[in-house]
Design a protein around this ligand. Structure first.
Ligand SMILES: *[C@@H]1O[C@H](CO)[C@@H](O)[C@H](O)[C@H]1NC(C)=O
Ligand SMILES: *[C@@H]1O[C@H](CO)[C@@H](O)[C@H](O)[C@H]1NC(C)=O
Ligand SMILES: *[C@@H]1O[C@H](CO)[C@@H](O)[C@H](O)[C@H]1NC(C)=O
Ligand SMILES: *[C@@H]1O[C@H](CO)[C@@H](O)[C@H](O)[C@H]1NC(C)=O
Ligand SMILES: *[C@@H]1O[C@H](CO)[C@@H](O)[C@H](O)[C@H]1NC(C)=O
Length: 691
C-alpha cells in the first residue's frame, strides 16, 4: 500500500518546483556551452531532460562533450551559510537559478542565494576570428559577480575548484599538481603524470597542462586535496588552509580537487564585487602532420607569441577587459546580422553554433606556416575531414575567409607532395585527431565526388571573398585534376557515399550530381580567373550540358509541386537538395530559378513539427543541410525551416551538445550519436551568401 502523502509534503514539493524556475533566453538548448574552445577544452552543461537537469547550474556536474564529468564547483558562503552555485558537491544546499542567457561567446547564469545576494556567473569563451594571437589561446573565462539582493550588507566568501577529471579520459590515471604564482596571477597546474603525446582516451587529450588561475590578492586562500576535505573546509570556515596534498594519485582516488576561496568581505547594498577565473589547456606540441618534408610535429600556434605556458596564461588572464570587449563586438555583429537575415529564431541558432564550430578547431604551426586544424568530433574523430569543413565553412567565410584557407592548406600540401595515390580528393588527413598523417595507402573513406566538389567550391568561395587569385594559380594543377574527376562522374554518379555516409551507398544521387555540376561551373570560373581560357570554356560547356540533362533526370515533373528526387529513376523519392546552395554561394547562376521555386513550394508539403526529413530512406534529418536549404528558399519556406529548428533547440529532450542529426517528427536523437560537431558552422549559411 502506498501511504497517502500528507499535505505538507505536497506543498513542499510544489514549492521546490516553483523554486526551480529559471528563464532561458533566447532558448534552453540541449546542452549549455561553458568552456568551449578547442577539441580538448570542451566543457558543457547537459540541460535536456534526457540526461540533463533542465539547465540549472547548481545541482549537476558539467561535462566534456562526450558526457564524461569535468568536475567544476562553485560555492558561496553568505553570513556563515554555504550554498552551491555550480556542480553537485555532496551535502551542500543548492542556490536558486533565476535566469540563463546565451550569446555567441557567453553563457550567463543568475543565481539567488538565500534571498540575500545575487550571483552572476559569466562563462566567456572568446572568439577572435581575425586576431589569431588571441584565437590561438586555449583558455576560457569564468567571471563571477555578487551583489546584495535584499538591500542589506552581507558577509560573503566565494569558492571554486576543478577536479583532476580535467586531465585524462581515464579515471584510473595518476594526476599530479602544483600551486604557484606568476606575477600577480596564482594558478593550480594539473597534469597527467604519464604524458602521452598525441594520444587520446575517450576523446580526451592525454598530454598537456590544465590551468585554473585567478588574481593573487589579499583574502585569497587555496588548497589541494580530497574533494570533501577541501569543500568541507570552505563550508565550515569560509577559507582554505593554503595546504598542498602531495599524495599524487588516481583521478578517482579520493577525488583530488584544486580550490580557491576568496573573501569578498562585506557585500554592501548597491555595489557589485567580482572575481575572475581562467581555465585552460596548454600543449606545446599539438599535431602530427605528413607534409612536404615528411612527417613532422606542429606546435600550438600560441607558441609563436608566447615563450611558455605561463606567459600565455598571464596574458590571457590579464586580457579579460579587452577580450571581453572584442567578444561583445562579435556578439553584437552576429546578433544584428542574424536578426536582419531571418529574425530572432535565426539568432537562436547562430549564437548557439558559434562556440561549437570554433571549438572543434585549433590553430597550430609557426608564424611562417600555420594551419587551422579541425576534429570531426563525435562521428569518428577523423582529422581535417573535407566534408566536415565544407558544412562548417559558412561561419568562417562570414567571420574570416582566411580561416578556410588555413584549413585547406594542409590538404594541398599533403596531396601535392604525393602522399595520396588516388586521382580524386582525399576524405580526411588522418584517421584520428590529432594525427594528420594522411593516407599514403589511399584507403581513406572514399567520397570522391563529394570531396572533389567540396574542394573546388571552397577554394573558389575563398578566392571570391578574399580576392586571392594567386592561391588559385598555386593549386591549379590539382584543382584541374579534381575537375576532370567531376567531368567523369557528375552526370551519372557511380554508386558511392555522400557526406551523409550513415545513410549508405547509392548510385545516381541527384544532390551529389548537382554538387559536381556546379563544381564544374566553379572550375570554369577558376580557370577564367587564372587566365586558362580554353579550360574555362570547356568546363562551362560541360557544366551546361550536364545541367540540361540533370533537369530531366533529377526532377519529378509529374508531382505537384514538382521536386528533386533522391536518385535517378526512383520517382517516389525526395530529399533535401542542399547542394543547390553552392549555385548561390558562388554566384554561378547555373541552375534555373524554377528549381529554387519548386523546392521552396515542395518542402512545406513534407514538413514535420521540428523540420523536414533528409530524404526518403530514413525519418531523421540534418540541421546543417536544412539551413543550407533555408538560405536559398523563399522567405516563407526559409522561416519555416528556421523556426522549426529553433523550436527543436528549445524543446528537444536531448542533452547532448547541439546535434546535426535528429528526428523532425519527435525531436529525439536517433541512435547515431552526433553531437558538438563543427558542421553547425553551417547555421551561418544565410550570412555567408554574397550581398
Ligand atoms: C530557493 O527558493 C526556495 C523557494 O523560494 C527557498 O525556500 C529556498 O530557501 C531558496 N534557496 C536558496 C539557497 O536561496
Ligand atoms: C597518434 O599517433 C601516435 C603514434 O605516432 C599514437 O601513439 C597515438 O595513439 C595516435 N593518436 C590517436 C588519437 O589515435
Ligand atoms: C574538356 O574536359 C574534359 C574533362 O576533363 C576532357 O576530357 C577534355 O579533353 C577537355 N577538352 C578540351 C578541348 O580541353
Ligand atoms: C544511373 O542512371 C542512368 C540514367 O537513368 C542509368 O542508365 C544507369 O543505369 C543508372 N546507374 C545505376 C548504377 O543505377
Ligand atoms: C529508391 O529510394 C529508396 C528510398 O526512398 C531506397 O531505399 C532504394 O534503395 C532506392 N531504389 C533504387 C533502385 O535505387
Amino acid at each position: 500500500m502506498h501511504p497517502l502523502p500528507c499535505l505538507g509534503a505536497l506543498v513542499g514539493s510544489l514549492l521546490n518546483f516553483v523554486a526551480a524556475q529559471s528563464t532561458f533566453s533566447p532558448a534552453r538548448p540541449p546542452s549549455l556551452p561553458l568552456a568551449v574552445k578547442s577539441p580538448y577544452l570542451s566543457t558543457w552543461f547537459p540541460a535536456g531532460s534526457n540526461g540533463g537537469n533542465g539547465g540549472y547550474l547548481p545541482g549537476q556536474w558539467p561535462s566534456f562533450y562526450t558526457g564524461q564529468i569535468t568536475g567544476w564547483t562553485g560555492l558561496i558562503r553568505v553570513d556563515g551559510n554555504t550554498f552551491t552555485w555550480m556542480g553537485a558537491p555532496r551535502d551542500i544546499d543548492t542556490a536558486n537559478q533565476t535566469t540563463f542567457e546565451y550569446t555567441s561567446t557567453r553563457s550567463i547564469f543568475t543565481i539567488e542565494v538565500d534571498d540575500k545576494v545575487s550571483l552572476k556567473a559569466t562563462f566567456l569563451s572568446p572568439l577572435t576570428p581575425t586576431d589569431l594571437k588571441r584565437q590561438s589561446l586555449i583558455f576560457s573565462y569564468l567571471h563571477v559577480e555578487v551583489s546584495s539582493l535584499d538591500g542589506s550588507d552581507h558577509d560573503v566568501q566565494l569558492y571554486s575548484d576543478i577536479s583532476a577529471e580535467w586531465v585524462s579520459g581515464d579515471l584510473g590515471a595518476v594526476a599530479q599538481w602544483e600551486f604557484e604564482t606568476t606575477g600577480d596571477v596564482q594558478y593550480h597546474r594539473v597534469w597527467k603524470q604519464n604524458q602521452q603525446m598525441f594520444s587520446e582516451v575517450r576523446d580526451r587529450a592525454e598530454w598537456g597542462n590544465i590551468y585554473y588561475a585567478t588574481d593573487a590578492m589579499e583574502g585569497l586562500t587555496h588548497q589541494s586535496g580530497a574533494d570533501s576535505d577541501v569543500r568541507g573546509r570552505f563550508a565550515t570556515s569560509g577559507t582554505l588552509d593554503n595546504s598542498a596534498d602531495e599524495d599524487y594519485r588516481a583521478i578517482s582516488s579520493d577525488w583530488p580537487v584544486f580550490g580557491y576561496a576568496v573573501d569578498l568581505g562585506s557585500v554592501v547594498s548597491g555595489a557589485t564585487t567580482s572575481n575572475l577565473f581562467t581555465i585552460g589547456l596548454c600543449q606545446e606540441e599539438a599535431i602530427q602532420f605528413l607534409g612536404k618534408d615528411g612527417l613532422s610535429t606542429l606546435p600550438s600556434f600560441w607558441k609563436s607569441y608566447f615563450d611558455d605556458d605561463l606567459a600565455a596564461l598571464s596574458f590571457f588572464h590579464k586580457d579579460y577587459s579587452e577580450s571581453s570587449r572584442l567578444s561583445l563586438e562579435l556578439d553584437e555583429k552576429i546578433a544584428a546580422d542574424s536578426v536582419n537575415a531571418a529574425g530572432e529564431d535565426y539568432l537562436t541558432l547562430t549564437s548557439l553554433a558559434a562556440r561549437q564550430a570554433f571549438g572543434a578547431t585549433q590553430l597550430v604551426g609557426t608564424e611562417d606556416k600555420h594551419f587551422l586544424f579541425l576534429k570531426e568530433i563525435s562521428s569518428n574523430g577523423n582529422t581535417q575531414t573535407v566534408d566536415v569543413i565544407y558544412p562548417a565553412s559558412p561561419i568562417f567565410y562570414y567571420l574570416n575567409p582566411e580561416l578556410v584557407r588555413l584549413m585547406l592548406d594542409p590538404h594541398f600540401e599533403n596531396q601535392e607532395s604525393g602522399h595520396y595515390p588516388n586521382k580524386f580528393a582525399i576524405h580526411d588527413l588522418g584517421t584520428h585527431y590529432p594525427n594528420a598523417t594522411g593516407h599514403p595507402d589511399g584507403n581513406d573513406e572514399h567520397m570522391p565526388l563529394e570531396e572533389c566538389g567540396n574542394n573546388i567550391i571552397m577554394v573558389l568561395t575563398y578566392a571570391q571573398r578574399s580576392g586571392n587569385t594567386e592561391y588559385l594559380k598555386q593549386h591549379y594543377p590539382i584543382l584541374r585534376q579534381w575537375a576532370d574527376y567531376l567531368a567523369l562522374d557528375s552526370l551519372y554518379p557511380a554508386e558511392q557515399l555522400s557526406t551523409d555516409d550513415f545513410a549508405g551507398h547509392l548510385a545516381n544521387q541527384t544532390n551529389l550530381a548537382i554538387k559536381g555540376i556546379i563544381g564544374l561551373e566553379a572550375m570554369s570560373l577558376i580557370s577564367r580567373l587564372v587566365g586558362e581560357d580554353a579550360d574555362a570554356q570547356n568546363f562551362t560547356d560541360i557544366a551546361h550540358e550536364y545541367m540540361d540533362k540533370w533537369m530531366e533526370l533529377g526532377i519529378n515533373h509529374n508531382d505537384e509541386p514538382p521536386h528533386s528526387i533522391l536518385n535517378y529513376n526512383n520517382w517516389t523519392t525526395h530529399g533535401l537538395l542542399y547542394n543547390l546552395y553552392n549555385d548561390r554561394l558562388l554566384s554561378t547562376n547555373l541552375v534555373p530559378q524554377s528549381v529554387y521555386d519548386q523546392q521552396s513550394q515542395f518542402y512545406p508539403t513534407i514538413a514535420q513539427p521540428y523540420g523536414v526529413p533528409l530524404d526518403t530512406r530514413q525519418s531523421y534529418t540534418k540541421s546543417d543541410w536544412e539551413v543550407f536549404c533555408a538560405a536559398i528558399a523563399s522567405d516563407e519556406t526559409r522561416d519555416m525551416f528556421v523556426s522549426a529548428l529553433a523550436r527543436w533547440v528549445n524543446e528537444t529532450p536531448s542533452s547532448r551538445p547541439f546535434t546535426d542529426l535528429y528526428e523532425p517528427r519527435t525531436g529525439m536523437q536517433p541512435g547515431i550519436d552526433f553531437k558538438a560537431r563543427p558542421v553547425m558552422g553551417g547555421m551561418f549559411a544565410l550570412l555567408a551568401l554574397p550581398e
